[in-house]
Design a binder for this molecule. Structure first.
Ligand SMILES: NC(=O)c1ccc[n+]([C@@H]2O[C@H](COP(=O)([O-])OP(=O)(O)OC[C@H]3O[C@@H](n4cnc5c(N)ncnc54)[C@H](O)[C@@H]3O)[C@@H](O)[C@H]2O)c1
Length: 340
């Protein structure tokens, strides 16, 4: 469908320039976008990124308090007619301080031809879905035959990572999980074990996961200080490590000595480096995740390579998933149409 036809279709339901569609988190969540669809859309986003068929500047942000950030994340993906911006916060102390999530925010979508806003939707669910989808797509490309997966952090992201990972790592026999708060691990097992065949094992210590798992991910907290919870000596050749929490959780020596350090966005990682999130320096970047998925650059080239693939999050994924939600909502009269 061309861009004019697309606009015409939207106009049948929405008076562009005068109205917007508003969607809550629950509406986004219940709209019927399946895990498989999220994987497909996220793959499309990564491949578009890998082929450089997108526009997405590195995040800009403001930092009202120590160790918090708001990010403005605009993106345009022509193949999906998706243009918009995610405005998201990361307040690591929200759960303890206010019993609120670390991450909340909104996604705005716009009409490409007039520029007018056409939708505002919650972006917490989109973020909770597209982030593990990136990890899992990268894991499947870099380590498809893994039998063990380890997840550090059993909150929103950790839970969804475990749900997603079984959909692409088909040979998994065990999933090890660890959270500094034991109740979070128990909660993950309670929620996810009944849904999946692969056994979920609660790890006793981070070392156990680091030593037992071929593929590992972490979604804990992002701060400038490197906590080095996982020590360099626990990690060995052939493993694939996929942090969602940048440089905080793992001993920075691991990324420095990895055979390949792959990142979702070079620009984003360079930006975080300039902000001080890599006190030991940014490791040399071998490729971007999307380049590997698009076949533009090599991923794993032998089974002994230690690979770190750091995915800090890209708005190309958000606007594509958001656009899918918008289309379904509009066609099914879901959400509230509000005057501009
Ligand atoms: N890369 C991305 O695209 C992306 C997207 C969203 C969130 N994130 C990041 O992922 C992280 C998790 O987000 P969330 O929404 O799941 O948060 P959450 O608060 O729901 O879960 C985080 C979990 O990590 C645990 N944790 C904290 N420190 C730990 C430690 N030292 N060892 C083990 N467990 C620890 C907490 O107890 C908690 O259960 C945050 O840092 C967030 O910024 C990244």
């Amino acid at each position: 469908m061309d861009i004019n036809q697309d606009r015409e279709n939207i106009s049948k339901k929405l008076d562009i320039g005068k109205e917007i569609l508003y969607l809550t988190k629950t509406e986004c969540q219940n709209i019927g976008v399946t895990y498989e669809k999220i994987l497909e859309l996220t793959n499309d986003a990564l491949v578009a990124h890998g082929k450089k068929e997108y526009e997405m500047p590195a995040k800009i942000g403001v930092h009202p308090l120590e160790e918090v950030f708001f990010h403005a994340m605009p993106a345009y993906v022509p193949s999906k007619k998706a243009v918009g911006m995610k405005w998201i916060e990361c307040y690591p102390n929200n759960p303890k301080k206010f019993s609120l999530p670390q991450t909340t925010g909104l996604l705005i979508l716009n009409d490409i031809l007039s520029g007018c806003p056409i939708a505002i939707m919650d972006c917490a669910w989109i973020t909770a879905m597209r982030t593990p989808a990136v990890t899992v797509l990268a894991a499947a490309a870099l380590h498809p035959d893994a039998e063990t997966f380890g997840m550090f952090g059993c909150g929103v992201q950790g839970i969804e990572h475990v749900r997603f990972v079984v959909k692409r790592l088909k040979k998994l026999k065990k999933i090890y999980i660890y959270d500094v708060v034991e109740a979070a691990s128990d909660n993950l097992i309670m929620l996810v074990q009944p849904e999946i065949q692969v056994e979920i094992v609660k790890g006793k210590k981070p070392q156990e996961l680091a030593e037992k798992c071929e593929v590992l991910s972490s979604a804990t907290i992002i701060i400038k200080e490197t906590l080095s919870v996982v020590k360099d000596e626990w990690v060995s050749k052939g493993q694939t490590i996929l942090p969602c929490d940048l440089n905080t959780f793992w001993d920075p020596k691991i990324s420095k000595r990895a055979d390949k350090y792959i990142v979702d966005s070079k620009e984003e990682h360079e930006l975080f480096d300039r902000m001080g999130y890599f006190p030991d320096g940014l490791p040399r970047i071998a490729a971007e995740t999307g380049e590997v998925l698009a076949g533009v650059k090599a991923g794993r080239t032998n089974k002994d390579e230690l690979i770190v693939c750091s995915n800090i999050g890209m708005s190309v994924c958000d606007v594509i998933v958001g656009r899918e939600i918008f289309d379904i909502a509009l066609n099914n009269n879901i959400g509230k149409i509000l005057p501009l």
